[in-house]
Design a protein around this ligand. Structure first.
Ligand SMILES: N[C@@H](CCC(=O)N[C@@H](CS)C(=O)NCC(=O)O)C(=O)O
Length: 290
């Protein structure tokens, strides 16, 4: 699967590049950004990768341009991959609404028309994109980790929970933790997945965690880092962080979840960039075996 290079800029001694490719999963041209550290660019040494998933109204650019992750990734010599958040340029009016369609892929596989042909962001991020970068770039996908913001935090945690052995570590900034009960989910999920709410559980972080604990299949060697601002306007109706705190207590998982509330921070990238280094340290140490 060939990549087309759209742009490349030197960045913290490495390169931030934008590529496009025709996706067999989403049936459209997908774009992503990738930061490659110096050793990968100059010596073609294969490096570990951290996927960084964006939130609603974002493209592949928001996390790449606003979180300030590359400077820290350069220190660990790890790659960062910033996927787009949805398919683009489909033949129906998918951009009419901020909470569904363009920039609102929710990292799921839609089953309902008109979304079911293209809106396969779960398969795209967890299956096709790793294959594409592994075949075309100096990236070792056997050393992968995943993080994300808001809808992307939901993506990181749900994709991790569904593929726990594909990722070395996971973290999230202000993630949507109970998608089926969030206002965003209650609006988008019936349209993407239909009205049978039992189908929503497969993409709901709290539901997935409960399922894996009940089946004794939640990895015991993983520590999940979550940062959340107390001034976040979406905390109550969309993120449900307190519900995860309660659940981890009930299930005796407190030692595996580092859920940090930060006084006064809102939902945006000024909050994220304040704590980016902690997340890159979290992943970098594990990916580099430090
Ligand atoms: N307008 C949307 C939320 C938009 C929003 O805050 N998007 C966040 C993620 S949920 C974001 O990352 N926006 C892009 C940016 O800040 O660069 C709503 O009120 O439902």
């Amino acid at each position: 699967m060939a990549l087309t290079l759209l742009s490349a800029s030197k960045h913290f001694a490495g390169t931030l590049s934008k590529y496009s490719h025709v996706s067999t999963t989403t049936h459209c041209t997908m774009v992503f950004n990738v930061f490659l550290p110096k050793t990968a660019v100059e010596d073609k040494v294969k490096v570990p990768v951290l996927y960084c998933l964006g939130g609603l109204t974002s493209t592949e650019d928001n996390f790449a341009q606003k979180a300030g992750a590359a400077q820290h990734a350069a220190n660990y010599e790890i790659a960062l991959v910033f996927p787009d958040t949805s398919p683009r340029n489909v033949d129906f009016n998918a951009g009419a609404d901020e909470s569904i369609g363009y920039s609102a892929g929710f990292y799921l596989n839609a089953t309902q028309a008109p979304w079911d042909k293209n809106w396969k962001m779960y398969d795209y991020v967890s299956k096709e994109l790793p294959q594409v970068i592994s075949e075309n770039l100096p990236i070792d996908i056997s050393r992968s980790s995943i993080t994300g913001h808001s809808m992307g935090g939901h993506g990181a945690l749900s994709i991790f929970l569904k593929n726990q052995h594909a990722y070395k570590s996971v973290s999230a900034f202000a993630p949507i933790l109970h998608l089926s009960k969030s206002n965003w989910g209650k609006y988008a999920l019936p349209q993407y997945l239909g009205n049978d709410e039992s189908t929503w559980k497969q993409y709901d972080v709290l539901e997935l965690l409960q399922k894996h604990v009940a089946e004794n299949s939640f990895r015991k060697d993983v520590k999940v880092l979550i940062d959340q601002g107390t001034g976040d306007q979406f905390l109550t109706n969309n993120l449900h962080t307190d519900a995860l705190v309660k659940l981890t207590k009930e299930m005796g998982l407190e030692s595996q979840f580092d859920i940090r509330y930060h006084d006064g921070y809102d939902h945006g990238y000024f909050f994220i960039s304040t704590f980016t280094k902690d997340h890159i340290d979290h992943h970098g140490k594990i990916l580099r075996g430090l």
